[in-house]
Design a protein around this ligand. Structure first.
Ligand code: SF4
Length: 357
C-alpha cells in the first residue's frame, strides 16, 4: 500500500502515469493531499473509478489521532496511530507569532537521554517524511488552524533519520505544499557531530538546535550517553562548521533539572564554552518525568542562571515558556503511558479524542 502523503508531486506524477491516468491528475491529487484530507471520496474533481483505484492501492490517513489532551494554556498534545499500528506523539502550541507543531521523527528513540520518556522502550523504527507531514495535517484538521512553524523535537533524533528529515524539509517548504519557510523549521539534535557537519553542506535556512543540557563532559555522559560517542568539544566544533557554512545562529537547548545541572558552576562553564559564538541559549524548565524522578528548577534559580549567561558572558539567553506541563507535553510521556511495563507492546484502552482540561 502506498502512503500518498509520502510522495512529492514528481513521484505522484510517475505513479499516476504508471497507473494509466493523465499526468495532470497528479497535480489535482497533490492539491488534495496537502489540504490534509483523509478520504479519497473528498476528491470530487477526480473520477469515481480513479478514486476507487487510489483507495485500493494506498492510503492518506498515516497519523490517526487516537487521544488528545488540551492544556489550560491551549497546548494540545495528541497520540496518533501510524498506518502500521505504531503510536507517536505530536504537540500543537500557540505562540504570539502563530502556531507550531512539535513533530516526532522516530517511534521511540535510541539515544538514551536519562530525562526523556521517549527512549524508555528504545527505537522501533524511523518515520517517513510523509508521516512527519501527517502529524501537521492531523493537527491542522483538529484545530482548524494553519501551522506556520515546526520543531523536529518530538520523539526521536531527527539526524538519526537523516534522509527522511531532509526530505521532510524539502516537502514542507514546497510552495505548492505546506509552504513553510526554512527559517520556520527548527531541527533539534542531541549532538550527532558528523551529521551536523553533513547538514552544514546542505546550506539550509533552518534553525539548528543542540540539546546540550550539561557543559561538563562526565556529567553530560550520565544524562546523555551520546556524549561518549561525540564529546562536547566535537559537537562545538561541528557547530562552528555549521555556522560558518550557513551563517545561521545556532540555538543551544538547556533543560534545567533541579540539583542536577542548574548550579552557578554549570552556568559559568556553559558561558565559557559558548562565549563569542553566533549562538542563542534557550533555558527550559524540564517537565517532571515520573519514571525518572526529575523535578524542574525553581524560577529564582532559573533567572540567576540566565543572568550569568547574558550579563557576564553576553550570550543571548531566553527562558522558554513551559507549555502544556499539565498534560505531560514533553515528548514520550503520553506514549509511555500506553507501553506495558518491560515490553514494547502497546496497550490502548478507551482512547477517544477529548479535552483533558
Ligand atoms: S531527548 Fe531527544 S534524543 Fe534524547 S532520548 Fe529523547 S527523543 Fe531521543
Amino acid at each position: 500500500m502506498v502512503d500518498f502523503r509520502n510522495l512529492d508531486e514528481e513521484a505522484l506524477k510517475a505513479w499516476v502515469v504508471a497507473h494509466g491516468e493523465k499526468a495532470f491528475r497528479a497535480k489535482q491529487l497533490y492539491e488534495w493531499i496537502v489540504k490534509g484530507v483523509v478520504s479519497f471520496d473528498e476528491m470530487l474533481n477526480l473520477s469515481k473509478a480513479f478514486r476507487e483505484m487510489l483507495s485500493a492501492e494506498g492510503y492518506l490517513d498515516n497519523f490517526h489521532i487516537v487521544e488528545a489532551h488540551t492544556a489550560q494554556d491551549g497546548t494540545i498534545k495528541v497520540l496518533g496511530r501510524l498506518h502500521d499500528g505504531n503510536l507517536v506523539e505530536s504537540v500543537f502550541m500557540t505562540y504570539k507569532h502563530g502556531h507550531s507543531v512539535c513533530v516526532s521523527t522516530q517511534v521511540g528513540c535510541k539515544m538514551g537521554c536519562s530525562f526523556c520518556a521517549s527512549t524508555i522502550g528504545g527505537v522501533t523504527r524511523n518515520l517517513t517524511a510523509g508521516e512527519y507531514l501527517g502529524q501537521i495535517y492531523a493537527l491542522q484538521a483538529l484545530t482548524g488552524k494553519r501551522v506556520n512553524h515546526v520543531v523536529l523535537m518530538g520523539s526521536g533524533e531527527p539526524l538519526d533519520n537523516y534522509d527522511e528529515t531532509l526530505r521532510f524539509i524539502k516537502l514542507s517548504t514546497d510552495e505548492r505544499g505546506l509552504n513553510l519557510s526554512g527559517r520556520s523549521i527548527t531541527l533539534s539534535t542531541c549532538g550527532l557531530a558528523d551529521e551536523i557537519k553533513k547538514l552544514a553542506e546542505e546550506h539550509l535556512q533552518i534553525t539548528l538546535a543542540i540539546s546540550l543540557h550539561n557543559p561538563f563532559e562526565t556529567e553530560r555522559q550520565t544524562i546523555m550517553p551520546i556524549t561518549k560517542r561525540y564529546s562536547i568539544a566535537a559537537v562545538l566544533e561541528a557547530v562552528d562548521v555549521y555556522i560558518e557554512k550557513t551563517g545561521r545562529r545556532v540555538t543551544f537547548e538547556y533543560a534545567l533539572i533541579a540539583g542536577v545541572n542548574d548550579s552557578d558552576a554549570h552556568a559559568e562553564k556553559l558561558g565559557q564554552l559558548l562565549k563569542g559564538k553566533l549562538v542563542h541559549v534557550n533555558l527550559i524548565p524540564v517537565n517532571a518525568v515520573a519514571e525518572k524522578n526529575y523535578a524542574p528548577t525553581a524560577s529564582d534559580k532559573i533567572f540567576r542562571f540566565k543572568s550569568i549567561l547574558s550579563d557576564k558572558y553576553k550570550i543571548t539567553t531566553t527562558i522558554r515558556r513551559e507549555l502544556g506541563s499539565d498534560i505531560n507535553a514533553a515528548c514520550g510521556q503520553l506514549r509511555a503511558k500506553h507501553l506495558k511495563p518491560n515490553t514494547n507492546d502497546i496497550e490502548i484502552k478507551n482512547l477517544n479524542v477529548f479535552e483533558g482540561e
